[in-house]
Design a binder for this molecule. Sequence first.
Ligand SMILES: [Mn+2]
Length: 364
Amino acid sequence: MSMRSRIESIFEWLEEEDPEAIVILNSVKPHVDKTFFYASGLYRGEFENCALIMYPDHTAEMCVSKLESESASKSDIPMDIMEDREELKEWLEEKLSDKKKIGINASELTYKGFEKIQDSTEADIIDVSDAIIEARNRKDEKEIEILDKAGDIASSVAEEITDHISEGMKEFKVAAELSYRMRQKGASGDAFEIIAGSGPNSAEPHYTSGKRELQKGDFLVLDFGALYKRYRSDITRTYIIGEASDRQKKMYSTVLEAQKAALDMIEPGVEGAEVHNAAKEVIDSTEFEGKFIHGLGHSIGLSTHDGSGLSPNVEVTLEPGMVFTVEPGIYISDFGGVRIEDDIVVTEEGYRLLTDADKEMRVL
Ligand SMILES: [Mn+2]
């Protein structure tokens, strides 16, 4: 699928709005709009302070710094190369001054960037971020191919890490092992800050890692993902150190059952909230009622949280090409938590797992 059709998709998702141009203007990291990479298909380069303009005829052009010109040449989008920031201003003026209506991605553009666009034109400026999210939430073949690879890297690390974990090991060392092993398999980095939470720390869904040493009877939640060609995977496996109690076994089997109930629901036409509820009902029918405290999953792609999700707070009807995490959990303060997470792509028939590491309960 060509890059042109991604731009086409963004314009197709516009409703009443009919902008003559959509401007993607990057600031410095982390305020570089991933839509720049979505539209251009580029995966190398930083593109700080660079711009890309998309047009209703589905063409685009970009203005890049000299430093990025070699990276930018890998895209078929025509580019102008600027010597300095002043030239970006002139470029925006040249492209936008005659326009009456311009679209921006308000969820990613900085206020300073907005002012820069305003200074270059008299046009009405409208927010088209909803259309961008809708387009980005339906992955094309090329994107799914990359997400598959990102999922494979994380899955194979989840499989092999169990041989390298033992009592007495510090959490941050487990996190380092995960990161190193993903890089060894071709990841360009971590998709996000790795979570390696042991014992009571496993009850904190967004814990990172610390110097706590793994102890007999701990839960160990490992939540990590690979960054690959700018796309991300996100997997969680929970292990038990030394010996599992009956309560731990029950927690684990409940989460596994909840994930299965959710996965069984997934097919085109189903509401995201229904998938969440299927998992929640399993957990709430046990002694762990009320201990599943977050949404079941989020869309994932160029961003770890790509704008949609499987949650009572998100309105989305599943369609082929949408990619989500499915990650029920049970969290008990001062005791520990269990989370099991996989990435899936919705298909015509149902879904396909992008991460497929084993998830039978394991005591290490
Ligand atoms: Mn996740």
